[in-house]
Design a protein around this ligand. Structure first.
Ligand code: FES
Length: 127
């Protein structure tokens, strides 16, 4: 079922126990509009998720989609294999269903991109 763009979806943000974020171990349910990014909605609710470029380019915001569906209409660098592996970029990800994401996955995503020969490759991995 599709909804009109003025409707909202429930996005559950899971911050892992081992995260370095102040919110480690917390879970938040947010109402996110179809035209709103998950990052924007989280920050508006006071959940300060990591981000840098906010254009779907740098991968700083990487998260894992564990349930639901999102789209990345404005991401500058997002690949089919990212989608197939369940990685999302919350700075450009907009929900299309109720959704659950695990945030703060930057390190894992860097490894994934490098293993798939996608930018930024090995350039940001610790040697
Ligand atoms: S903040 Fe750069 S890709 Fe999301």
């Amino acid at each position: 079922m599709t909804r009109s763009s003025n409707e909202t979806w429930t996005v559950t943000i899971v911050v892992p126990e081992d995260s370095s974020l102040d919110e480690a171990g917390e879970t938040y349910d947010l109402e996110v509009g179809a035209d709103e990014t998950i990052l924007t909605a989280a920050r508006s609710a006071g959940v300060w998720l990591p981000a840098d470029c906010q254009q779907g380019w740098c991968t700083t915001c990487a998260a894992r989609l564990v349930d639901g569906d999102v789209v990345h209409p404005n991401a500058r660098r997002y690949y089919d294999e990212d989608d197939e592996a369940g990685y999302i970029l919350p700075c450009t990800a907009k929900p299309r269903t109720d959704t659950t994401v695990v945030v703060d996955q930057y390190d894992d995503f860097l490894e994934f991109r490098a293993a798939n020969d996608r930018p930024p490759g090995n350039s940001k991995l610790d040697s």
